[in-house]
Design a protein around this ligand. Structure first.
Ligand SMILES: Nc1ncnc2c1ncn2[C@@H]1O[C@H](COP(=O)(O)OP(=O)(O)OP(=O)(O)O)[C@@H](O)[C@H]1O
Ligand SMILES: [Mg+2]
Length: 443
């Protein structure tokens, strides 16, 4: 391997030149338009450029890097940081136009070996980051909103980290390290994007229902893409061996014998504790199991099914935080109005009903409860500035936050192939219906 003198010794600035791989038109355009390489190629030789940084093979139909002979004549070249950034920006712009191939939850959970996931990760994850970067850039005035700028910077950094990984000879430990840091840095994504969009809308001064709908749909798309990306990343970390820094779980993020009622109980305990912290008192709740073919609650037959426990926990926490909070705010004797959580299942589905007697939601509110622009913060009329130091709104476990609980819970339900809906009985209470398909056949 011949190293060519460059301007910067940063590892992240390295890319490789190969004489033998297939020529990708889009890369040539990027290189011709954005980069004047600080290297002179030998005259007469038909050189082709393959950036290791760009070695995702995303648009090359798999040909790039697949040629064995390119190992023999690969040269390392260094480019300046600004040029590298230009390349990243150009590749992001291109990739955001490439259709994203949906990777279903069922497909994700069938992976049992982290190495087998590498080609899909290489192909699909950077593409999804690129899509989200471009989504932010489509918003008029995003540069004036610190939360959106931060989100944009984070996504660009993750994109760069991912494309710099060596996909030909994957070192699983470094993959796991990168993914863990992406997940860690991205833990405030919902708060960042929701408060960013909220501020963007308020900057408009007067805004129409159409604009609100547009921003709701924008957030739906943005966050759904995040759920899909995280599912891939989490499955990778979960099935990677402990030696590689993973969790070494043979079934990955899925629990093939997930006890749905225990998860509901756990979510109820967590939400109840939050109420205690906020109001100094806890609501009453009852969790019951029901099974198809048997009438009445089944005390000794809990509902087991194959599911991703963290997703169900998230959805249930959001529903229960709302019901508990509403119950405690009504200030009528809470012991006579427990929140009921009924977990019902048949061979194909699990259906969970959460019902409270907290007075319901006024009819005129209607579908607004599914808007990211409705909810406690919006009603108060303020959203605090996002800071990673963490105020109450930044804390994903706070009882009430940005007004994203219901729309986000519905996104998770949809991602799992299920449904979440709410029925309000004004002055009586609210019923939330969650239906999820089993990921596998019943155990
Ligand atoms: N069970 C319920 N009873 C009464 N009102 C409810 C109930 N569930 C939801 N709501 C109303 O719907 C609004 C939106 O709920 P959502 O969970 O999306 O946001 P939030 O609870 O205000 O904030 P976040 O969930 O982000 O912490 C709530 O603010 C509340 O007014
Ligand atoms: Mg809520």
């Amino acid at each position: 391997m011949r190293s060519v003198q460059g301007c910067c010794s940063l590892r992240k600035s390295l890319f490789t030149i190969s004489t033998s791989t297939s020529w990708c038109a889009w890369r040539r355009i990027i290189l011709q338009q954005c980069v004047r390489l600080p290297v002179r190629l030998p005259a007469g030789q038909q050189r082709q450029l393959q950036m290791r940084a760009f070695g995702t093979g995303l648009a090359s139909g798999g040909r790039m890097g697949s040629n064995n002979s390119d190992k023999s004549d690969r040269h390392l070249v260094a480019v300046r940081e600004e040029r590298f950034q230009e390349l990243v920006a150009a590749e992001v712009a291109y990739l955001a136009t490439v259709p994203v191939k949906p990777v279903s939850m069922r497909q994700i959970v069938t992976w049992r070996n982290a190495r087998d996931m590498v080609p899909t990760i290489q192909k699909e994850v950077p593409k999804r980051f690129a899509l989200r970067i471009r989504l932010i850039e489509t918003l008029d005035g995003w540069q004036a909103i610190p939360e959106l700028v931060k989100m944009h910077d984070l996504l660009t950094g993750w994109y760069r980290d991912l494309v710099l990984l060596d996909y030909k000879n994957p070192d699983l430990a470094s993959f796991v390290r990168s993914f863990k840091s992406i997940r860690d840095e991205g833990r405030h994504t919902i708060a960042l994007s929701a408060s960013g969009i909220y501020k963007l809308r308020n900057k408009l001064g007067k805004f129409s229902q159409q604009e609100t709908n547009f921003l709701d749909e924008w957030l739906d798309g943005f966050l759904l893409s995040r759920i899909g990306t995280n599912a891939l990343i989490d499955q990778f970390i979960a099935i990677a061996s402990k030696e590689d820094g993973g969790l070494g779980r043979p079934t990955g993020i899925t629990d093939p014998r997930c006890n749905a009622s225990n998860i509901c109980r756990f979510a109820a305990q967590v939400s109840s504790y939050m109420c205690y912290q906020r109001f100094g008192t806890e609501p009453k709740y009852i969790v019951q199991d029901y099974q198809a073919g048997r009438v009445g609650p089944q005390e000794k037959s809990p509902c087991y099914f194959s599911l991703i426990p963290s997703y169900l926990r998230y959805i249930m926490c959001e529903l229960l935080k709302n019901s508990f909070r509403a119950t405690l705010l009504t200030e009528i004797d809470i012991s006579s109005r427990p929140v009921h959580i009924r977990v019902c299942n048949d061979v194909h589905h699990v259906a969970i009903l959460v019902s409270d007697e907290a007075g319901g939601i006024p009819f005129e509110v209607g579908d607004q409860i599914w808007s990211y622009m409705y909810g406690t913060a919006a009603k108060i009329g303020t959203v605090n500035s996002f800071s990673t130091e963490g105020d109450e709104l930044d804390n994903p476990e706070s009882l009430t936050g940005y007004g994203v609980g219901l729309p986000c819970a519905r996104l998770y339900a949809r991602y799992l192939g299920g449904k979440l809906s709410l029925t309000s009985y004004p002055s009586y209470g609210t019923q939330a219906h969650l239906i999820l398909p089993r990921l596998g056949s019943p155990p």
